[in-house]
Design a protein around this ligand. Structure first.
Ligand code: GAP
Length: 514
């Protein structure tokens, strides 16, 4: 299955079962804007809870905030977004489609990388158990040439971006023979810069002075509140401030479902440290964040770090956690060492001191900041990408199943009366009543039990509880496990225990402490 086919399957499954809809669909939608349906919002809330508990509840020195989307316009001047938050754009004259010049080049590099992958797979088949991948990568002539080409392209792209040499960037696209994926032509415009912030007017006056921006990141709400939070919580450095909230970017490349949206949610944490300590904490947070991802059990091989070639205007080190989505390895989260850039800038433009008096060092300073920043929607896509599976079963049939980690699943349990009569629905509802405030429980009595199991598999419900005639006599029910499809007859008490063990978030959070 091609990457695009893989993504299409996710998009249609997400729509069919009420996870994600195109925004304003009845008006043919709005590009790169999406709505979350009933199951989508449940999954999203569970991801948020996992992030918030791991970042805030698990760390005594991390606290939460919820700051406004609108901020004083000087904020964005100070942060550098007014002057530097732009992408290099290029248009194809035939298709009239607009692209990010660096993304076109990165996609070209990804094609070369997939050629390397193909060579490795071929060699693996040829040499079997004797295959030494590391040695092959270093010595195979074709692979070495591909690697060399990638290094050359990367370094020329880095040079062009850093020097803002857009003539040379266009030349690189032409030299690589990159064609528009839509028209197939190489008829490109010049490359130019395009600011990604949305602006609007505040208040009644529509003159320039009332222009404000929709925040392109949640981080600045944290920076401007740094002292408010530090003073009210009496936190000592090092400490962090975390928040989950909407961000807006007028993205140019917006073709990949909820991977790149114009309105999206971020989960960000700014960790304030003493100058000089930032690299220690940068490594700590890189490690912790990777652990957070790996605890989901999607497979260690699905993650890799990608250290930035081109550092953002505020960073002295930056790395992405990349995840293998259905569309290939892409950025899922960024960990950035942002120096004292933001606080110093806000100090200058606001005229207010944003310093911390360090008792141990007996001096005041502007703290350095290490940031972790993950897109909630992108994380949602990562979960869908890994969880959605088509499985062939032993009896020759097949099923579609979403193997979402139980603690993230929209419903933890489906309560299913075997038949719609003989008092079974009443018994099922009384069980649901007992459980519904502790777990997200779903009731379903329509269709055959087999069809109902399939429906729950398709939405990722980890357990189904079937109530039959014996349940009326001895209070036992059949618990079916989504992944193994095994069924066990258990008492209601045992079922409660099983749920506590298997769907609780605290087990996962404890793993992160090890
Ligand atoms: N405060 C730092 C910051 O915003 P970023 O790398 O631009 O850094 C952080 O964004 C994360 O936000 C990304 O790793 C990604 O997960 C998410 N993100 C960024 N732009 C996005 C978009 N247009 N749609 C969905 N998620 C996005």
């Amino acid at each position: 299955m091609s990457q695009q086919e893989g993504l299409k399957k996710i998009v249609s499954h997400a729509k069919e079962y009420g996870f994600v809809f195109q925004s304003s669909e009845i008006y043919d939608g709005l590009a790169a804007v999406y709505d979350y349906g009933p199951l989508g919002v449940a999954l999203k809330n569970n991801i948020k809870a996992y992030w918030y508990k791991a970042m805030v509840d698990a760390h005594e020195n991390v606290v939460g905030v919820d700051t406004a989307i609108f901020m004083h316009p000087k904020t964005w001047k100070a942060s550098g977004h007014v002057d530097a938050f732009s992408d290099p754009l290029i248009d194809n004259k035939d298709s009239k489609k607009r692209y990010r010049a660096d993304v076109l080049i990165e996609e070209h590099i990804a094609k070369i990388e997939s050629k390397i992958k193909k060579e490795v797979t071929k060699a693996q088949k040829r040499f079997g158990d004797a295959f030494d991948q590391a040695q092959f990568l270093q010595t195979n002539g074709r692979v070495v040439d591909y690697q060399k080409k990638i290094t050359e392209i990367n370094s020329e792209m880095k040079r062009c971006l850093e020097a803002e040499d857009f003539t040379a960037l266009k030349q690189l696209i032409e030299d690589l023979g990159i064609a528009c994926p839509v028209s197939g032509s190489k008829n490109w415009t010049d490359v130019r810069q395009f600011n990604l912030m949305f602006d609007t007017e505040i208040g009644a006056l529509a003159d320039g002075s009332s222009k404000i921006y929709l925040r392109p990141e949640t981080a600045q709400g944290i920076f401007v509140n740094f002292l408010n939070v530090q003073k009210t919580t009496r936190q000592k450095i090092p400490f962090g401030i975390a928040q989950i909230g909407k961000a807006f970017r007028n993205e140019i490349v917006a073709r990949q479902f909820i991977f790149r949206m114009r309105e999206f949610e971020q989960m960000e944490m700014q960790f304030f440290v003493a100058p000089g300590d930032e690299m220690k904490w940068y490594e700590y947070w890189k490690g912790y964040r990777l652990k957070w991802h790996k605890a989901l059990g999607f497979g260690e091989e699905k993650y890799r770090f990608h250290d930035h070639i081109k550092l953002a205007h505020y960073a002295n080190a930056a790395s992405d956690i990349e995840f293998e989505f259905a569309i290939g390895f892409k950025e899922l989260e960024g960990i950035h060492s942002r120096t004292d850039f933001d606080l110093t800038q806000h100090q200058e433009l606001s005229g207010k001191k944003l310093q911390y008096f360090d008792n141990q060092l007996n001096k005041s300073y502007v703290p350095y900041v290490v940031e972790t920043s993950i897109g909630l929607d992108r994380m949602f896509l990562a979960v869908l990408s890994s969880a959605l599976k088509e499985q062939s079963l032993e009896d020759g049939s097949s099923r579609v199943v979403m193997q979402i980690p139980a603690f993230l699943a929209p419903y933890k349990l489906a309560v299913l009366p075997l038949v719609k009569k003989d008092g079974l629905p009443e018994k099922a509802r009384s069980i649901l009543q007992d459980l519904k405030f502790d777990y997200a429980v779903h009731y379903d009595e329509k269709d055959s039990i087999g069809k109902r199991y399939r429906r729950q598999d398709a939405i990722g419900t980890p357990f189904c509880l079937t109530i039959d005639h014996q349940s009326l006599e001895d209070d036992t029910c059949t618990l079916r496990d989504r992944d193994s499809m095994t069924q066990e007859r258990l008492t209601l008490q045992d079922i409660q225990l099983r749920l506590q063990q298997k769907v609780s978030i605290s087990q996962i959070l404890k793993q992160l402490e090890k």
